[in-house]
Design a protein around this ligand. Sequence first.
Ligand code: GDG
Length: 742
Amino acid sequence: MPSTLINVSNRLPVTVQEDQITKSSGGLVAALDGLPEEQFKTKWIGWPGAAFPDKDRQREIEQKLSEEYGCVPVFLGEEEATGFYEGFSNSSIWPLLHYLPNFLRYEPAWWEHYQNVNRTFAKKVLEVAQEGDLVWVHDYQLMLVPAMLRAVAPDLKIGFFLHTPFPAYEIFRCHPRRSELIAGMLGANRIGFHAFGYLRHFSSTVQRLLGVETGLTHIANEQHIAALGVYPIGINACKFQDTLDSKEFHQRQEEFRLGHQGKRLVISVERMDYTKGILRRLEAIDNFLANSPEDNDVRFLFVSVPSREGIEEYQQLVQEVESRVGQLNGKYATLVDSPIHFVHASVPFVDLCALYALADAALITPLVDGMNLVAKEFIACQQEKGGSLILSEFAGAAEELFNAFLVNPYDSAAVAATLKQALALPEGERRERIRPMREHVLRYDATHWARSFIDDLMSSAAKDARTAKGDIKEVRELVGRALAGGKQIALFLDYDGTLREIERQPNAAKPTPELEELLHRLSQHPNLDVTILSGRSQEDLEAFLGGYPVRLIAEHGATWRPPGHKEWDRLDKNLNYAWKEELLPILRIYEQATPGSFIEEKHSSIVWHYRKADEEFGSWKANQLTEDLSALTANHPIKVRHGKKMVEVTAAENNKGAAVTRVLDQNNNYGAILCAGDDLTDESMFELNIPRLLTIKVGRGASQARFRVTDPAAFRKLLDDLFKPRMDANFPKPRMDANRHE
Ligand code: GDG
C-alpha cells in the first residue's frame, strides 16, 4: 500500500475561477508528478486563489477538487488572506529573507492573520493525515505549521522546505517575530534548503536566538531532532524535453527568428520583483550601450511576469522599471529600432522555450535568489546555439552552473563588460561551456530533488521515532539474561545529571549516602565492570569517586585511570592544544563583560561558566560566545559546546564514545554494554554501533539513545533493581578518605 505524500503549500497547483478549474504546472507540481505512483499517492493542501464566501460553493469546490485533482482547499477570508499573504508573508518576511531590511514592514494585525492562517492549514493537515503519511510543508508563508503539527501529532513525519535564501543572523534578527518563526520550522523532522550557506545561516540563527545547541546537520529540540539538508531544486526536465521535440516549439522558434532577424538577442525572464535586480540590470545595459556602439545589433528582451500587484513596493517598481526602459529606449533608439523590448505579462510556456532556445545570451542578475530556475531552464533549452549565461553570483543556481559567467549584479560596469565578453566568445567555445551544464540540469531535475528530500525525510523521521522511546523492560530482560548466563556486563556511566543531580556549585555534587551505597554495591558486583566518565577534571573525579574500584575517565576521555590504580594516564598525548592560547583571550572578554561568570582551564579544554551570572544575560552572552567560537574554530579540530550553564571548547578527538571504544578494544567479552548519560557529550556513546549495546538517556531532550528514564533518581532506582545484591553477598565497605569530599 503506497503512503500518501501530503503537500502543503500556500497555493494549490490549480486555480479555481468562477466556473472553471485550471491546473497550473509550476516546478513543484512537476517534481511531485515524477514520483513513482506505487510508492506515493500525492495530495495537496493549499489556498485555491480566491475567497469563496458562500458555504455551498465551498463544499462544491471541495468535492470537485478532491475527486478530480487530489486537492484539499483551505478557504480564507479576504481580509485574512491579505494580511497573511500581502502583509506578513510578502511585506515582512520576504524582504528580510532577501537581505532587504529597508523593505521590511510590520503590523501586529498581520501577525495575527499569519498565525491564524498557519493554524487553519495545520488543522486541515490533521484532518487529512493518516498514520504513516508524509507531510511536506513548503516555504516562508507556512513557517509555523511544522511546530503546530508536532504539538498535536508528535509522531507525524513532517518535512519543511524553504524556497528562498535564509539570511545571516544579523538580518533575520530584525524581524519582530524572528524566534517564533524559526521555532515553527523546527517542528519538522527535516528542513531543506537550496544551498549550504542558507543552512549554515539558519543553524547559527537558531543557536543565537533560541540558545539551542546545533550540529551541522541536525538540531536537537526538547523532544525530537530536526535534521537539516541541502537540496538544490531542479527543473521539470521531461516537460522541457517534450516541448523541445514538439512541432509547435519549432514553429514558434521560427517565427521569433524572423521577428529578430539580424539581431543578437539577450533575454531576461522573471517575476516583477525587486529581488530580481531589474533596475540594476538596466543600469548595466545603459553602460553596455554607451560603451559598445559596435554592438548595436544587440536587442534586450525582458519578460517580467506581473507579481504581488497589491503591494505598494511592487507597484512602485513597475513604474520605475517602465520609466527607466522608456528613458533608455529614448536615449539609444534609432528611427527603425529600439534596444529594449519590455513585456510586462506572462507568455505561454512554448513561447518561453522558443525564446530560451533562440537567445544568444541570458542576462539573469538577481540581487539575491534562493535558486533561480530560469537560469536552469535557459540552459536546458540551449541545444545547438550555445548561448551564454550571465548569472548573478548571488543566485543559488550559481553554485551549480559551473560554466556560467558569474557577475556581481551591483557592479554594472562589470556586468556590461562580462556581457560583451560573453557575446564575443567563439561559438564552439560557447557550446563547450553549455554542454556539461545542460547534462547537469537535465539529470538533477525536479524529480531528483523531490526524491532526495523525501528519502531523507523518511529516514530521519524513522530515526527520530526511535529517540529514546524504547521500553525499559527490554533493558531489564537483556541484563537479566546476561546475568543468568553468568556473563560480564560493562557499565559506562556519566556522573553529573546521570548518577547525581546537578548542583549549582559543582563541588557540592559529591555522592550522597544513597549514591555511595549504590556505587559500593555496583563496584563489588562480581559480574560488573564499572566505568564512570565525565567532563570533569581527574582531580574532581578522584575526590568524589577515588575510593571505589571502578575505572575513571575524565575530561571527556582525555585522561583515564583503570580500576584500583593510582596513576592516571593521558590519552591525548599526541594532541596539539595550541588553540587554547589563542582562544583564551576571547573567553576572557566574555568573562569581563559578564559579571559572575568565570573561566575554568583544564588540560584538554577551556570552559566559561555562567551559572552565577544573571540568568537571562548569561544565556544571551553564551549564545553569542558559542556562535563566535563556532565561526572562529570552524577549520580546527575543536568542538564548541553550549552545555548546562557553560560553554566549553574541547579537542574534537576527545569524546566519551571514543573513550568507550578504547576500553572495549582491551576486552569485549561482555554479555551487555550499558551506557547512560544526560547531555550532548553523552550522545557520542549513544551513536556507537556495537553489538549488545544498551543506551539510556537520563532526563528530557532529544537523544540517539534507545531508552529513557526521567531523572538521576529514576536511574539510580533502575541500577538498584537491575543489580540487586545476592542474598549470600557480604561486600566490604569501600575505603573512603573523608577529606577528599571537600
Ligand atoms: C522561488 C524562489 C526558487 C517566468 N516567466 C514566465 C514563466 N516563468 C516561470 C519560469 C520559472 C518560474 O516562473 C520562476 O522561477 P524562479 O526560480 O526563477 O523564481 P521565483 O518565482 O522567485 O521562485 C526561487 C524557486 O522559488 C523554486 O524553489 O528558484 O529562488 O524565489 O519556472 O519559467 N512561465 C511562463 N511564462 C512566463 O512568462 N509560462
